[in-house]
Write a protein that binds this ligand. Structure first.
Ligand code: ZN
Length: 148
């Protein structure tokens, strides 16, 4: 179990050092800014929507390793998905990091590396910030999102 935990930590560190989709896509037509005052994490999520589908996604900003890795992996997992599919993944992810998973973690694939976050309630907001920001961008809201 300790080895598995080390592996998870390695994946999170690797994503935080070299975040994927760390850019503003040229065709961005939705965006939202998220802020977690407890930790100081601050990210902007950019979406290029094609009707109901996420054609392209990117993010920029600064934060702790967990928030940055979560944003990076979030962009990978929802790219090419519909709004409804992305919301479903967020729902499962939220269950996972709050320790309320109902045995459907397999649907999350690589996002399962965040399961350990449920042991650290303060970190849940770090792990979900990018997702809340994605949700706001999908809704087309322009106001800033705060986890507080
Ligand atoms: Zn954080």
């Amino acid at each position: 179990m300790a080895e598995l935990r080390d592996l998870y930590q390695e994946v999170i560190l690797e994503h935080s050092k070299a975040p994927r989709n760390y850019r503003e896509p040229a065709g961005t037509n939705h965006k939202a800014e998220g802020y977690n005052p407890l930790c100081g994490d601050r990210f902007t999520v950019y979406l290029e929507m094609d009707g109901d589908s996420i054609r392209d996604i990117g993010f920029q900003g600064a934060g702790c390793a967990i928030s940055k890795a979560s944003a990076s992996m979030m962009t990978q997992s929802v790219k090419g998905k519909t709004k409804a599919e992305a919301e479903k993944i967020f729902h499962r992810f939220h269950e996972l990091v709050t320790g309320h998973s109902q045995g459907q973690e397999a649907e999350l694939g690589k996002l399962a590396v965040f399961s350990g976050v449920s042991e650290f309630p303060m970190r849940v907001k770090c792990a979900t910030l990018a997702w809340h920001t994605l949700e706001a961008a999908l809704e087309g809201k322009q106001e800033k999102v705060s986890t507080e």
